[in-house]
Write a new protein. Structure first.
Length: 336
């Protein structure tokens, strides 16, 4: 979990909080150079799985100093677009000792009584060979692809009317390959179907400090991207069943192994029968080759002991045709 001071921010997906991985110093320096002032910053890799929904969690731990601020606001930028946030009120914090909130998607108000939510969703990144439009707002957003950035600030409340939350849309079209600049980014953020949501009160304020209280940066990448970057190990190639110890195989794997061996035996027999049909002399040559092999073995045998009265020039090697021992086939119990 990412913790700076008394603030904790995590991302969950697939029903679990995502593990956070260390980022190379040069990547951290790149984000350090782009941050606002001397605010403390933490940069971590997380794994995104296209097709899964995700959520972001905020927590204010015990012991946070509010200074002259009325509340601590957290704004979250997804690929450069502000889609979610939360407010931790000073008075409520004093009463409870700690506060937490979760955002499952981008929310907007339909009217004074109805709000809708579009869930956060990991999507596979689609690219195009078209050139990006330099100098536009879209080009600036491309630089933030693969990034979730959370900025925490101490704020003083500014009196204002409740204007509600406006509907925000993402540019979910293909991304120019040149805009990626060689970055290993295989996923992006999308918004799922709409669903009703509890209305959130919007609170406006001004920053009480010169710099943000904390900045959290999550670089989301697919498993394949993280493996390319060397952040997580590559998945080892599975060992073929034929090369594994039979005692380590499950019943399902044993059945698969037996099925493969039977299939190979059938193919071998069919191949031999096919060659015999095409070439009638194939069987004769095969048998002759077998006889030659046996003959060579016979000539290589020597008698271990001879009668001392026999003439060495008349030594005769007698080969007995011994019956091969019967080997019982191994029986594998496939029953559960």
């Amino acid at each position: 979990m990412a913790v700076l001071g008394k603030i904790e921010v995590t991302v969950s997906s697939g029903g679990r909080v995502l593990p956070e991985y260390t980022v190379d110093p040069d990547v951290v320096e790149k984000h350090e150079a782009a941050k606002n002032g001397n605010a403390p910053m933490i940069v971590k890799y997380i794994e995104s799985t296209p097709g899964e929904e995700f959520a972001i969690h905020y927590k204010l731990l015990e012991g946070q100093d509010f200074g002259t601020a009325d509340y601590i606001g957290l704004r979250s930028y997804f690929d450069g677009t502000n889609l979610a946030g939360s407010v931790f009120d000073h008075c409520r914090y004093v009463l409870k000792g700690s506060l937490s909130a979760t955002r499952y998607g981008a929310q907007y108000d339909v009217n004074d009584h109805t709000s809708m939510l579009k869930c956060f969703l990991w999507k596979e990144l689609q690219t195009t060979e078209e050139a990006p439009l330099q100098g536009t707002e879209d080009f600036k957003k491309y630089a933030q692809l693969g990034t979730i950035r959370v900025v925490a600030e101490r704020n003083k409340t500014v009196p204002s009317q409740d204007e509600g939350l406006e509907k925000i849309s993402l540019n979910e079209g293909p991304v120019p390959e040149k805009a990626l600049k060689g970055q290993a980014v295989g996923s992006t953020i999308g918004l799922g179907p709409e669903r009703p949501a509890e209305r959130i009160r919007v609170r406006k304020g001004v920053q009480a400090d010169q710099y943000p209280l904390a900045i959290f940066v999550f670089l989301y990448r697919t498993k394949r991207d993280l493996q390319k970057l060397g952040v997580i190990p590559r998945t080892p190639s599975p060992v073929p069943l034929e090369q594994r110890d039979v005692n380590t195989l499950s019943n399902e794997e044993l059945r698969e192994l037996v099925t493969r061996q039977q299939a190979e035996l059938i193919l071998s027999r069919q191949d031999t029968e096919s060659k015999i049909k095409k070439d009638p002399d194939f069987k004769v040559r095969k048998e002759a080759a077998s006889d030659n092999t046996n003959s060579m073995v016979t000539r290589g045998l020597k008698r271990e002991a001879t009668d001392r009265d026999e003439d060495d020039d008349n030594d005769i090697v007698v080969v007995r045709s011994e019956k091969k021992p019967c080997i019982e086939p191994e029986v594998i119990d496939l029953s559960d």
